[in-house]
Write a protein that binds this ligand. Sequence first.
Ligand SMILES: Nc1ncnc2c1ncn2[C@@H]1O[C@H](COP(=O)(O)OP(=O)(O)OP(=O)(O)O)[C@@H](O)[C@H]1O
Ligand SMILES: Nc1ncnc2c1ncn2[C@@H]1O[C@H](COP(=O)(O)OP(=O)(O)OP(=O)(O)O)[C@@H](O)[C@H]1O
Ligand SMILES: [Mg+2]
Ligand SMILES: [Mg+2]
Lengths: 224, 224
Amino acid sequence: VAELIGAEKRYAVGDQIITALEPATLSINLGELCLIIGPSGSGKTTLLSMLGCVIYPSAGELFLKGQRINGLSEEALAHLRLHHIGFVFQNFNLIAPLTAEENVAMPLNLQKIPEKEVRLKVAEALGLVGMLDRRKNLPGQLSGGQQQRVAIARALVTQPEMILCDEPTAALDSQSLALVMKELRQLADQGKAVVVVTHDPRLSPFADRILAVNNGFVTEQKLT
Amino acid sequence: VAELIGAEKRYAVGDQIITALEPATLSINLGELCLIIGPSGSGKTTLLSMLGCVIYPSAGELFLKGQRINGLSEEALAHLRLHHIGFVFQNFNLIAPLTAEENVAMPLNLQKIPEKEVRLKVAEALGLVGMLDRRKNLPGQLSGGQQQRVAIARALVTQPEMILCDEPTAALDSQSLALVMKELRQLADQGKAVVVVTHDPRLSPFADRILAVNNGFVTEQKLT
Ligand SMILES: Nc1ncnc2c1ncn2[C@@H]1O[C@H](COP(=O)(O)OP(=O)(O)OP(=O)(O)O)[C@@H](O)[C@H]1O
Ligand SMILES: Nc1ncnc2c1ncn2[C@@H]1O[C@H](COP(=O)(O)OP(=O)(O)OP(=O)(O)O)[C@@H](O)[C@H]1O
Ligand SMILES: [Mg+2]
Ligand SMILES: [Mg+2]
């Protein structure tokens, strides 16, 4: 569903060039839960953002469902992301003046889904992460783990084909973690493509495939 | 160094009352590394924020170095925090338009420390967390784990008596985690009070003492 061919990312910082991602060639497949592991600063978020069409490669190519992404306008990209990709950001990116349920409803409202259906889907998504009773709260009134769960609900509510999660369990205790990972595992079994960036060794049992990132270099790891 | 007597925290949300912390009585001692564990939303950040004089108790009392905190003005509190407490926030709270080194220098500049000494201490703190080479970068140019390490450096740079850390290793890989925990362990051995809120089971070997929080209730846990 997503394919990188020699895709790399460089940033200019003052007079330095930082290579966040070395040329990478890989595919993300439907029906698979793929883990991306690696040290802090190694390029995991960069790789995920590229797969999610959030950032453009500095060089190389990116294909989403067979379509070449490099040439597309920001509007066309935003449309693709809205309809095909669910993204859980490392810092959640919840909208502060909107309640939990308004945050989760947003992608559905952008898709012009009728209000009655929106309310059902939002309730289902929040229920899945155990946040239904706090739906009227603002992000600032929620704990770190509660905010993370709302961010996960928002990524799942449009039932996207590709779900990209950046450290989705970093703020969660073992119980909430198991809940979230079972749900992601189920979505992969139902034919979605699920990619999870993590440092947490507790997530390996859920993976079909593991990509290791080190200093911007991506390698496929054998599952033990 | 810090003492809570029947301290509790309630929030009004619409027409609900949320009890974030049930009346808690406990002391935090110098020379100890104390872990605070518990599920998402259980009250850990609330407890830590109270110990750090970041929020006032709704009822009960808080003492810092024998001084009753409840009656103090916001200015007096800010002065106490600046001189005696180092805080690593769950969402880092780095200042976006300031570079990593400017962020770490801030508490020292507020203390009117001479510039030459500030530069030395900042270099030492950033070196400790392996972020010296990225000191001229803005938070937005850093990965999650890199931002977290800068936040840790800032909390340590004033060499405070009490160091409060909210999930300080959530975004860190095993190597950076070990680095940070060894440093916190060393500070406790040198006579500081170190309190770490965490979900990470890998941190238990570093603890002298464990407090468990559940639904706002705090209990002392036996070390196994
Ligand atoms: N400003 C606020 N208004 C309303 N409720 C709040 C506020 N701050 C915290 N709470 C609630 O108080 C409870 C405890 O929150 P707290 O942030 O202390 O949890 P936590 O243990 O740190 O959780 P996590 O592990 O998810 O970070 C939660 O139910 C939270 O939603
Ligand atoms: N906008 C930017 N400008 C400059 N450098 C950047 C920018 N974004 C990322 N980088 C750098 O690219 C490298 C990879 O960053 P990335 O965020 O992908 O790491 P990561 O593996 O997700 O780390 P973490 O586990 O700490 O979240 C890092 O050295 C980072 O500082
Ligand atoms: Mg990252
Ligand atoms: Mg918290």
